[in-house]
Write a protein that binds this ligand. Structure first.
Ligand code: M6R
Length: 616
């Protein structure tokens, strides 16, 4: 949720830290702050609101030159988003400054202990206790910040990434992580820590993925990783494949618009190199043995939000192509209902960020029950892929806009590849059948491009319906999760009531919501697929229309049967049934984006949201 960045080197730390915060602001934008060490003292500036407010403050009240600094952009959990609760937090003697992401679950107990010792706390945050504890631990550990950090971490419960600086050790950064993200960037004569690589890719692509319960000590020339006991610890080094421009707007007004437009490339990249010379599917990171794959009796998909909708789409393909039963579950519900999972279950965790806490916890729960875990993830160095038995990366590039777009399409593609691979290994499909589907998938970038070329009509519709109080979305089969996704986009961006329904459920309640003028977006299945589904949705369109709804019908080219019932018709290219979500979602993304723009909302950073939800 929060964004964290730290720098130690010989350049101006503040510039690098603020630039890193700009790239991480999508993680939270309730407040921002920075601290640097200069002349043996800590100097700090922090401000409620977006990073721009902090930048304005730094303009009025500049910080002195420094080569060591930390910065934070906050998504509030404990304490209102105001200046005092903004990070960094200082120890009482102003010797130590910390930034924190996560939730320290035992903070109340620790704070009471500190208060009993006469320590004054100034904020309402859980984070501040870490600053005071560190300052108290320093004398016990002969002023060794790393040793003090390890001792403090041993006392903390919950999820945390902490980065600390000490005025008495101006050339040092110490960071720690448990359950929250932290990556290290290794430069030449400079080093970085950050919540994700976007913060430092302009400076280095050499990165280190830290493990669970590790502390890293950074000077400009060295990186030392230990566990919380001080023992040397293993870590993974990797090269970041994104370049700095991938995390910039590149001429678009909004990240979301850029990311919508990148979908054809993202889908193509996710498919790249998956077929070997023998024409067989080859998933390089699929570290499950053929025996393990043959033993799978059930697939359980866990995910949140948009990724959950991708999982819902995947279920249709997995069951159709592999005949393995597949359940899709909201990760936040999964581990609280005693799910039936064992060593013959494959748990698939879908997560763009790879850090969503609910998804991580669901994955861990599955593994504890003996299940094998496969991550579908877009972010190198993230926790979910690291803790999984197997990984399939989506190659969407960094997704900065809070509203997920290209991640959704690539997650669908990745789950389809997994389904086909399972079908290949288990002999459910012939090689030529699999290649035919891969060929269909390979046509999807062009199909998505066609949709992108014809979005003006959708934008006009968004403008026309900007004053609607509610928009309903209905779909059947794979169109049902698309309807849910369309509604989610509208809620999070346009802040309006929007609901998605399985069209067959309408008569069981939701149709009572229909009154004169209510816009209903209908995701129409192909008439060439199961024509019965098409017939039924045509009836549903008539039913809502008869009750006064205004229908916005998303239907494939050549589907003439819907024309008489469509008040507004949005055409998408003719594609096979299971590929439809890849084209029919795109107009809904554009619809929500345009509607939010018309309403004057911040599209890339909608209110109350953060890109990566690293608390439960
Ligand atoms: O990073 P993840 O894919 O795990 O994120 C899951 C959800 O928080 C995310 O998909 C969210 O629903 C989207 N930002 C909505 O557009």
């Amino acid at each position: 949720m929060c964004g964290i960045v730290g720098y130690v080197g010989s350049k101006q730390a503040l510039e690098i830290v603020v630039e890193g915060l700009r790239r991480l602001e999508y993680r939270g934008y309730d407040s921002a702050g920075v601290a640097v060490i200069t002349g043996g003292e800590l100097e700090m500036r922090k401000k409620a609101g977006k990073l721009a407010n902090l930048e304005a403050l730094l303009g009025e009240d500049p910080l002195p030159d420094s080569t060591t600094g930390i910065g934070h952009t906050r998504w509030a959990t404990h304490g209102a988003p105001n200046d005092i609760n903004a990070h960094p937090h200082l120890s009482g003697d102003a010797r130590v400054a910390i930034i924190h992401n996560g939730i320290i679950e035992n903070f109340a107990e620790l704070r009471d202990e500190l208060i009993a010792m006469g320590v004054e706390t100034v904020s309402e945050t859980d984070s501040e206790v870490a600053a005071h504890l560190l300052a108290l631990a320093l004398p016990e550990w002969d002023g060794d910040l790393a040793a003090a950090m390890r001792a403090v971490c041993r006392r903390l419960e919950g999820a945390f990434t902490l980065v600390a600086i000490d005025a008495d050790a101006p050339d040092l950064l110490v960071a720690a992580r448990r359950n929250s993200p932290l990556v290290v960037g290794r430069g030449k004569g400079e080093n970085f820590v950050a919540s994700d690589v976007a913060a430092f890719i302009a400076h280095t692509r050499d990165a280190i993925e830290l493990g669970q319960d590790q502390v890293v000590v950074l000077t400009k020339d060295d990186v030392l990783v230990t566990d919380f006991e001080g023992n040397p610890a293993d870590y993974n080094e990797f090269e970041v494949t994104w370049d700095a421009s991938a995390a910039e707007k590149g001429g678009f007004d909004l990240f979301m618009l850029k990311e919508i437009s990148e979908q054809p490339r993202a889908v193509a990249d996710t498919l790249l190199g998956r077929i070997n010379r023998q024409g067989l599917l080859q998933l390089d990171d699929m570290r499950l043995s053929l025996e393990e794959i043959r033993a799978i009796e059930k697939v359980v998909i866990v995910a949140c939000g948009t990724a959950y909708h991708a999982g819902m789409v995947a279920k249709y393909a997995i069951e159709h192509w592999t005949r393995i039963p597949c359940e899709v579950e909201l990760a936040s519900e999964f581990r609280y209902r005693d799910p039936i999972v064992d060593s013959r279950t494959l748990v698939i965790a879908i997560s763009q960020s790879g850090e969503t806490m609910d998804t991580l916890m669901a994955l861990r729960h599955g593994r504890q029950q003996g299940a094998k875990a496969l991550a579908i993830c877009n972010t190198q160095g993230a926790t979910i892929p690291r803790e999984s038995d197997a990984v399939l990366y989506t190659y969407a590039g960094p997704e900065i806009a809070v509203a997920s777009t290209k991640a959704f399409l690539t997650q669908i593609v990745a789950t389809y590849l997994v389904a086909l691979y399972l079908a290949q290994v288990r002999g459910h499909m012939f090689g030529d059948e699999i290649r035919a589907v891969v060929d269909e998938l390979s046509n999807m970038p062009n199909a998505v491009d066609l949709v992108l070329d014809t979005t003006e009509g959708v934008r006009e519709l968004a403008r026309e319906f900007a004053d609607a109080t509610s928009v309903l979305f209905i779909g059947r089969h794979v169109g049902f999760p698309v309807a849910l996704e369309g509604a989610l986009k509208l809620k999070e961006l346009a802040y309006m009531h929007a609901e998605g329904f399985a069209a067959g459920e309408l008569k069981h309640g939701p149709i009572a919501l229909i009154e004169s003028g209510v816009p209903v977006v209908v995701v129409v299945p192909s008439p060439r697929g199961r024509s019965v589904l098409h017939e039924k949705i045509v009836s549903n369109i008539q039913e809502v229309r008869a009750r006064g709804a205004i229908t916005i019908v998303i239907a494939e080219e050549g589907d003439e049967l819907v024309v008489p019932y469509a008040d507004h018709l949005v055409r998408v290219p003719e594609v096979p049934t299971l590929m439809q979500p890849l084209v029919s979602t795109v107009p809904l993304q554009v619809f929500a984006c345009e509607m939010a723009t018309v309403k004057g909302h911040d599209v890339d950073q909608p209110r109350n949201l953060a890109k990566s939800v690293t608390v439960e």
